[in-house]
Ligand binder design. Structure first.
Ligand code: ADP
Ligand code: GN1
Ligand code: MG
Length: 350
């Protein structure tokens, strides 16, 4: 998906439909891969986040907004900060701009890893007692690696852009790891790993950190909050918060998983994720490898399918992203014993 352009006139008219007039500036904002996000400032200095929901990816936008409304009300009822929906007219929505905080695309120090992971643990904790009914399952099989492999195979068989010949090494790397793909799915099916309310997109730029203290102020991007496994949330933190380089770094020598950030992440997460059972703790380090492989599979699938899902800025963007993910998997595998030890010892010390 390449960047769609919007005229200022169109954006001002959407804002005015939400009652926001006297806008002095409206411009693209952030680096999310899915929605079209804009920051708007009015003449009084009040800022807003205007988003066009990607309804190709989220066909049930109403169900998604219902989840978001229940989740944010619950968080607020317990004194926490969360997204505030000021308006929703499908496919557009308006959020209050969260001030005094920022998102980062690449972690800058181990403290941030600790605090971000702790914010996600508190988020899961807070939602553990969300009253019934079950949240809408907005994107079924979202993190199901077995299903993601099936979709990769279909894209490879169709090979609509004649790109398969360019990705043999990446296919070989993935094929060599097929056996591990079902571990969490199977453990969930057998009940060994419980279903919880999870965020499902815990990348580092989906948590707002205090500009001064770096404390997690609010978890954002709640589009995929739904029933899932806590392991996928932790795994995606490992993927994005231990990375030494950007998700689309072309120089793979710069891409590896930092052990000191992993350790901070485990400590920050386990400090508040007291709800984890033995099977979850046992698979914590593995979840980092699995989710990173899964996102690599998804980038490769989108590359083969002609870049229809993730926002891309240039031709091979999805392939570049796939390569960084596979390099991260390799790096986590190389440090596997150390990572397993860090989880065991941190869990024991709490
Ligand atoms: P996407 O689904 O495309 O990733 P996000 O909802 O994560 O979209 O928004 C993209 C970026 O916009 C975020 O990473 C963050 O920097 C910024 N953002 C989103 N919502 C807010 C908000 N309420 N206040 C301040 N910044 C926000
Ligand atoms: C997308 O929306 P964003 O940019 O926070 C994607 C995640 C991927 C991530 C990879 C709904 O997240 O699943 O892990 O890109 N979101 C959706 O960077 O597919
Ligand atoms: Mg996001």
């Amino acid at each position: 998906m390449s960047n769609r352009t919007y005229s200022e006139e169109e954006l001002l008219s959407v804002l005015s439909a939400f009652g926001v007039t006297d806008v002095v500036k409206v411009a693209r904002y952030g680096s999310g891969h899915i929605n079209d996000t804009f920051k708007a400032d009015d003449v009084r200095g009040v800022s807003y986040i205007l988003q066009r929901i990607n309804t190709d990816i989220f066909p049930d936008a109403d169900g998604m907004m219902e989840n978001i409304s229940r989740v944010t009300s619950h968080i607020r009822s317990k004194g926490g900060r969360s997204l505030e929906v000021l308006g929703y007219k499908k496919p557009w929505r308006l959020y209050a701009f969260i001030t005094g905080a920022r998102t980062i695309d690449l972690i800058e120090n181990a403290d941030q890893a600790f605090l971000a992971a702790n914010a996600f643990a508190q988020f899961q904790n807070t939602l553990a007692d969300l009253p019934e009914p079950r949240l809408n399952e907005i994107l079924p099989k979202f993190h199901n690696t077995v299903n993601r492999l099936k979709l990769l195979d279909e894209a490879a068989a169709a090979d609509v852009k004649d790109r398969l010949k360019l990705v043999q090494r990446e296919m070989d790397f993935i094929n060599a790891r097929r056996e591990e793909a079902g571990r969490i799915v199977n453990a969930m099916a057998s009940g060994e790993i419980p279903e919880r309310i999870t965020h499902n997109d815990t990348k580092i730029n989906n948590v707002m950190l205090d500009e001064v203290t770096q404390q997690g102020v609010a978890v954002i991007d709640l589009d995929t909050v739904m029933p899932g496994s806590a392991l996928y949330d932790f795994g995606d933190m490992v993927r994005t918060s231990t990375a030494a380089a950007a998700e689309d770094e072309k120089d793979l020598d710069k891409v590896f998983s930092r052990k000191e950030y992993f350790e901070a992440l485990v400590k920050g997460y386990l400090k508040d994720a007291k709800f984890l059972n033995a099977a979850e703790l046992d698979a914590l380090a593995f979840s980092g490898r699995l989710i990173t492989l899964t996102i690599g599979i998804r980038f490769l699938t989108d590359y083969l399918a002609g870049d229809t899902y993730f926002r891309t800025a240039y031709d091979d963007h999805n392939l570049v992203r796939c390569r960084t993910q596979l390099k991260m998997v390799q790096s986590m595998e190389d440090q596997r014993d150390e990572y397993e030890r860090i989880v065991r010892e941190t869990a024991k010390s709490l």
